[in-house]
Design a protein around this ligand. Structure first.
Ligand code: ADP
Ligand code: F6P
Length: 465
């Protein structure tokens, strides 16, 4: 078997007891995917220095070598805060209004990608297979090829691919798509994302979509396919079972005093629909007074990308509305909202999900949303909670037995919450069983193995077909 080299901006070495809570879906998934197979995980160290630091530093933990590079302040500002998170992130989540394109940041993004390629190249062995992740590294493949890399290279996008009309708002859309076509395999989360990409290839790039799953564009011919990312279903189920007997879950249950629990877990990000979610909860309390004093919303939201003004703004807005709901409805012995800005150990978090009557997952746009899948896997089969899920999360394409909602329809989500909180046990079990069965089959190992299988079978070099 060839050695696997994973490249992603965040590199998160596995810690005993699970993550820190600040990782996000990519890191949680890759920790597990690499643990079994071993290999190299290459990316940013998370450190920003006044100037560039030179070669990658390497740490071996079990079967995985973690190779990381520091960023200079300028690189961090232009590549990570700038082009990746002030242009590509909002644009790919359909928020053209929040994009802040500058040529300086675009140049920084390309420069850092070329720098990462230069640091990675000396670490590569002839038979390695490279799996490159997410919007931070779209041009990395081209930089590697230019520097002489001949190894097979696949790319997987964890966030949505935008509809063509939205992508056209990006001044460098042509070169970005051309850079993406350098990979031998391009993976998207959903069929819908793949179709948006193919629409661009046909209509804007003058390319061709071949029946084999390959495309022909810009003189290259990569394979394009969807691979919905998933979770380690069995592990989450086991963690949540163990957590149920643990001190934290017991404390949580005791503190609820038999009230029903609705839980949301999201990075504090404007794509997650937190404002609309809180407004929907407010609608529930206003229009269904029977729930007052009988339900608690636990919203866990660790801060993310706090350097950016849009993230500071959403944090302030969420604090304001959570405070407003508590101010309006709280009693001396009941707070309707418990709002926490912190991470938890994985097992503790899975225990919280198991203790919840409702998982409220209502992003405005999300590539997949692993929390939705974790919520299902964490439930007690005898007494499962109900998943209320945004139709705009990639996960909605698979978890069809959830209560699917439009997060912009505040009153509709509030009414659905009432339905979820009063759903009879038979219906809860039936809906849960269908989703759990799906997640048992389509788990993280399935995702990794189907992606790696397709990459290993792909012709190398993206030469024109
Ligand atoms: P994103 O990748 O946009 O952050 P996902 O829902 O796909 O969203 O993935 C988030 C991952 O991070 C999940 O595995 C979730 O369990 C984990 N996570 C999120 N918040 C916390 C937290 N407060 N503590 C621990 N883990 C967290
Ligand atoms: O899953 C989407 C994603 O953007 C990942 O690429 C990223 O690691 C995660 O969210 C958390 O974001 P950040 O790395 O910017 O903290």
């Amino acid at each position: 078997m060839s050695r696997l080299v994973v490249v992603s901006n965040r590199v998160a070495p596995m810690r005993p007891g699970g993550g820190t809570g600040a990782e996000g879906g990519l890191a949680v998934a890759m920790q597990r995917a690499l643990r079994d197979r071993g290999g190299v995980w290459f990316g940013w160290s998370g450190k920003t220095l006044p100037s560039d630091s030179g070669d990658a530093s390497i740490v071996e933990i079990g079967p995985v070598s973690y190779a990381t590079v520091d960023l200079s302040q300028q690189d961090h500002d232009e590549y990570y805060t700038g082009f990746a998170n002030s242009v590509l992130w909002p644009l790919f989540h359909n928020r053209i209004d929040l994009t802040d394109f500058t040529r300086r940041d675009m140049a920084g993004y390309l420069r850092v990608n070329a720098m990462f390629a230069g640091r990675l190249l000396p670490l590569l062995q002839r038979n390695d297979v490279l799996w490159i992740h997410d919007y931070h590294f779209i041009p990395l493949g081209e930089s590697l090829r230019r520097a002489g890399c001949r190894q097979k290279m696949g790319f997987f996008l964890h966030v949505p691919w935008p509809p063509m009309e939205i992508l056209l708002a990006l001044p460098n859309h042509v070169s970005l798509v051309k850079q993406l076509c350098t990979y031998d395999l391009i993976g998207f989360q959903t069929e819908a994302d793949k179709h948006s990409f193919l629409e661009y290839i046909r209509q804007e790039a003058g390319g061709e979509v071949l029946p084999s799953g390959r495309i022909r564009a810009f003189g290259m011919s990569p394979i394009v396919k969807s691979f919905p990312i998933s979770i380690d279903t069995a592990e989450v189920a086991e963690l949540s079972r163990r957590a149920e007997k643990g001190a934290q879950s017991k404390r949580l249950k005791k503190s609820l005093m038999k009230r029903q629990l609705v839980t949301g877990v999201d990075r504090l990000d404007y794509t997650k629909g937190l404002i609309q979610r809180l407004e929907s909860y407010q609608h529930l309390l206003s229009n269904y007074p029977a729930f007052r004093g009988r339900v608690t919303l636990l919203q866990i939201a660790p801060p993310s990308r706090s350097d950016l003004a849009d993230y500071q703004r959403i944090r302030h807005q969420v604090e304001t509305i959570a405070g407003h709901i508590n101010g309006t409805f709280a009693e001396f012995d009941w707070s309707p909202v418990r709002y926490l800005n912190r991470g938890f150990k994985r097992q503790t978090l899975m225990g919280f999900l198991r203790a919840s009557n409702v998982g409220l997952v209502t992003p405005l746009r999300d590539g997949m949303n692993l929390v939705a899948k974790e919520f299902v896997a964490a439930q007690d089969p005898e007494d499962p909670g109900v998943l209320v899920l945004s139709r705009f999360a990639g996960a909605a394409r698979e978890l069809e037995s959830a209560l699917l909602v439009n997060p912009y329809d505040i009153e509709g989500v509030g009414d659905t919450l009432a339905k979820a909180l009063t759903m009879p046990i038979e219906e809860r079990r039936e809906r849960w069983a269908a989703m759990f069965k799906h997640l048992q089959r389509y788990d993280l190992v399935y995702w990794r193995d189907t992606y790696m299988g397709a990459l290993e079978a792909a012709p190398c070099g993206a030469a024109a077909a």
